[in-house]
Design a protein around this ligand. Structure first.
Ligand SMILES: [Zn+2]
Length: 216
């Protein structure tokens, strides 16, 4: 049993030990208070590994190929940002590089590290710091915006040239699906329960979280 104040309406409530896959909602306003994912580590880990591969493909394979009057060209995300930089649009180039490459890469890498470290509790303290960094990267990982930009430029270019979707574009599509899936499966509370406390204590001793090696 633990006592939590509802983040929405401040009602204090006792949360019983939840069975896997269950969640506890506020008795007054229905806000989700606690969840117990049936697979808190391995499923988001698998999704994050998949997202890492998709991100590498999305950034190394050409997004779009074009051909017009016998000439052809293709571009990657970074190639596009670099060209914008050369054409004097430094700010746009930086925003594209940050939102489409650096922020998603940072988010996935922090998440992978956190999940790998938390597989065997107690996780070291720096996992907590990483979790905060991953959280601050998340709003900047704007893949949907990127996809929208690609579609707009596609429609514009399609009038002038023959445009073919590259492998990179499909990888971006996969990423757009994977990111919400990771966020739906990732349970930050579960990670926090596994992080070692500042005073060196193992995370939350007592009946709520029995040690995995069988010690009472
Ligand atoms: Zn409430």
């Amino acid at each position: 049993m633990e006592t939590i104040a509802c983040p929405e309406c401040d009602l204090m409530q006792r949360i019983p030990e939840l069975p896997p896959g269950a969640k506890a909602c506020c008795a007054r306003c229905g806000q989700t208070l606690a969840t117990h994912s049936s697979d808190p580590i391995d499923r988001p880990l698998a999704l994050s590994v998949a997202a890492l591969f998709a991100l590498i493909v999305a950034n190394s394979a050409p997004l779009l190929g074009m051909s017009a009057v016998g000439r052809s060209a293709s571009t990657t995300i970074i190639g596009g940002a670099y060209r914008m930089w050369l054409e004097g649009q430094e700010l746009t180039a930086l925003i594209v590089a940050f939102c489409a490459v650096l922020a998603p890469a940072g988010y996935i890498l922090f998440l992978l590290t956190v999940l790998l470290a938390a597989r065997r509790p107690p996780a070291p303290q720096w996992v907590g710091a990483m979790l905060r960094w991953a959280d601050s990267m998340r709003p900047w990982s704007m893949l949907e915006v990127m996809l929208l930009g690609i579609l707009v430029s596609l429609i514009k270019i399609a009038e002038l040239a023959t445009v073919e979707a590259g492998i990179g574009l499909y990888a971006v599509g996969v990423l757009v699906l994977l990111f919400p899936a990771i966020m739906a499966n990732f349970d930050a509370d579960e990670i926090w329960r596994r992080v070692r406390w500042a005073d060196g204590e193992a995370p939350r001793p007592g009946p709520a979280a029995p040690a995995e090696d069988g010690t009472p």
